[in-house]
Design a protein around this ligand. Structure first.
Ligand code: DOR
Ligand code: ZN
Length: 342
């Protein structure tokens, strides 16, 4: 392989926040430039809970894309305690829903309407299992008595493990994993279980939150963890295992909402996501495994065709600007070694 240029099959983003309105129009073209498809998160306000809301949202996303785009938004249903199993699987059969999203209530941004407990949605999960519909999971417990740095590991043990035992045929994506426990659990788990990994959880440990002062642009949920967790997540990403794939969790918030007395969780990493991931694969000596992670493993897990086109990255570097579309991008002010050319 030529180390100065790398061409891979067009990648997909298996976890993305596109927002709505002006923010949607600002950020959708950024992702559409590089990615073939993206799993679009439904945590709008109000959340995307019905086929009608999802179809209307998909129309607004398409309207925000450049005319010549090949990008396809893949819609997800925001699960609540009131989700109707029949309507959910009908929406899936109709090709509208690609997956459903389980936010434990109050775990993160706009999750107040989320699921109070797995027990509350057992009929929904059983219907999804029968229909072959993928469940995307925000894997953190919300018990305020649990330390925030432990919420993912506790979720894996107390919620995910029993969930898999109860629904062995249900395909589950544990999203944005951040811990050694989650990485090991997924690696050792059944073929029905996979995980997405974000750029920030590959680059940052929790020191980044406090480097010289409080750093709101390093704050996301699940929060970045200790160094040994970061190293375990990196090892999973570059392992070549088909259970791990790209999901940016790019989560834009207005600068004022980030740089605030109560700053929002979320990192806008879409503009340089591929460059960011590729830096990690190069550092780990795994350039040959990048295409699988970025462009193959996710599509195979979802049972979707691989994309037809390609993207090329060259190793001549890029300076990440302070702002993209008026927002602070991940790696702002840094230089990354690779740059997407086409
Ligand atoms: O950091 C995050 N931001 N984590 C999430 O789970 C939600 C997201 C958002 O919507 O802002
Ligand atoms: Zn997210």
């Amino acid at each position: 392989m030529d180390a100065q240029a790398l061409t891979i099959r067009r990648p997909d983003d298996w976890h993305l926040h596109l927002r709505d309105g002006a923010m949607l129009r600002a950020v959708a073209p950024v992702t559409a430039r590089r990615f073939g498809r993206a799993i679009v998160m439904p945590n709008l306000s109000p959340p995307v809970t019905t086929p009608a809301l999802a179809a209307a949202y998909r129309d607004r996303i398409r309207a925000a894309l450049p005319a010549d785009t090949g990008f396809a938004p893949l819609m997800t249903c925001y699960l609540t305690d009131a989700t109707d199993p029949a309507a959910l699987v009908r929406g899936h059969a109709d090709g509208l829903w690609v997956a459903a999203k389980l936010y434990p209530a109050h775990a993160t941004t706009n999750s107040a309407h989320g699921v109070s407990s797995v027990a509350a949605i057992r009929p929904v999960l059983a219907a999804m299992e029968r229909a072959g519909m993928v469940l995307c999971v925000h894997g953190e417990v919300t018990d305020p008595a649990i330390d925030i740095f432990d919420r993912e590991a506790v979720f894996v043990e107390r919620v995910l493990q029993p969930l898999i035992a109860d629904f062995p045929g249900l395909r589950i994506v544990l999203e944005h994993i951040t811990t050694a426990q989650a990485a090991a659990f997924v690696a050792d788990g059944p073929a029905t279980l996979a995980a997405t990994i974000t750029p920030q959880h590959l680059h940052l440990n929790r020191n980044a939150l406090f480097a010289g002062g409080l750093r709101p642009h390093a704050y996301c949920l699940p929060v970045v963890k200790r160094e040994h967790h970061r190293l375990a997540v990196r090892a999973a990403a570059v392992s070549g295992s088909a259970k791990f794939f790209l999901g940016t969790d790019s989560a834009p918030h207005a600068v004022a909402a980030k740089e605030s007395g109560c700053g929002c969780a979320g990192i806008f990493n879409a503009p340089f996501a591929l460059e960011s991931y590729l830096a990690v694969f190069e550092e780990e000596g795994a350039l040959d495994r990048f295409e699988g992670f970025a462009s193959e493993h996710g599509a195979r897990f979802y049972g979707l065709p691989l994309n037809a086109g390609t993207v090329t990255l060259v190793r001549d570097g890029v300076d990440v600007p302070a702002r993209v579309a008026g927002l602070v991008p991940f790696h702002a002010g840094e230089r990354l070694a690779w740059r997407v050319t086409k």
